[in-house]
Design a protein around this ligand. Sequence first.
Ligand SMILES: NC(=O)c1ccc[n+]([C@@H]2O[C@H](COP(=O)([O-])OP(=O)(O)OC[C@H]3O[C@@H](n4cnc5c(N)ncnc54)[C@H](O)[C@@H]3O)[C@@H](O)[C@H]2O)c1
Length: 253
Amino acid sequence: MDLNGKLVVITGGGKGIGRAIAAAFAERGADLALLDLDEADLIHSKALCESKGVTAHTYLCNVAREEQVIAALDAVVRDAGRLDVLVNNAGITRDALLLKVKDGKVAGKMSLQQWQAVLDVNLTGVFLCGREAAERMALLGHGGLIINISSISRHGNAGQSNYSAAKAGVAAMAVVWARELARYAIRAAAIAPGFVRTDILGAMKAEVLEKILAPVPAGRLGEADEIARAALFIAENDYFNGRVLEVDGGLRL
Ligand SMILES: NC(=O)c1ccc[n+]([C@@H]2O[C@H](COP(=O)([O-])OP(=O)(O)OC[C@H]3O[C@@H](n4cnc5c(N)ncnc54)[C@H](O)[C@@H]3O)[C@@H](O)[C@H]2O)c1
């Protein structure tokens, strides 16, 4: 796909990996539609993209809420007149062990709230945005692309029952959608980043992070821009479809 003049929707486009992907697509001449919960962050991302000479529309939208997703994507098509790429990037963590027993007593469990919050945003949000974007792409008739941001944690990361389940789910959905949506000339793929330097890691204890980084052959965290370049590769290579691109510095979980 030639990105010049295309319209790219990025959920969680307010900061971190989403903002880096927005900037990378803007450099290729794509206009942006940035969805996020945080208005101030959206304003920053919009300014960054527009400094590269493209238009960036912003939409306050909780991806876990069906009515908000429908309203936001209706507004995108109304404002821009097209919808070529969706990057399903919005995500959260609520880490906890499934079960913690100390001195013969239960010291902790992952709560249903922790489980549900992550599943709502990281799995249901991806489903809702994917479904609504696919509908609009199919009806507009120009084909398109959906990229789901998965994670190395999809293989199963201790302390992340909720997150690992959701990230395995969005990788699987990319395969399903590649098969189902090819008839509308829509591709689907996923990116599985390793550990990337953004605010989301702020919730992780320093000693946990140190343990995680020790076996990374690259010997460092990834940068958001390195994930953005993976998104560009997928967008520009029309034969990349139904697969997960791993960008993790060589780490194996
Ligand atoms: N940073 C990493 O190490 C890493 C590794 C693998 C995968 N990921 C994934 O990459 C994606 C981006 O993460 P990041 O590191 O940039 O995190 P981040 O916290 O820096 O940014 C996440 C963005 O998503 C937005 N968001 C959260 N919930 C939302 C909701 N319900 N609706 C709309 N927007 C919402 C936030 O406001 C924020 O702007 C996530 O899906 C994350 O799981 C991150």
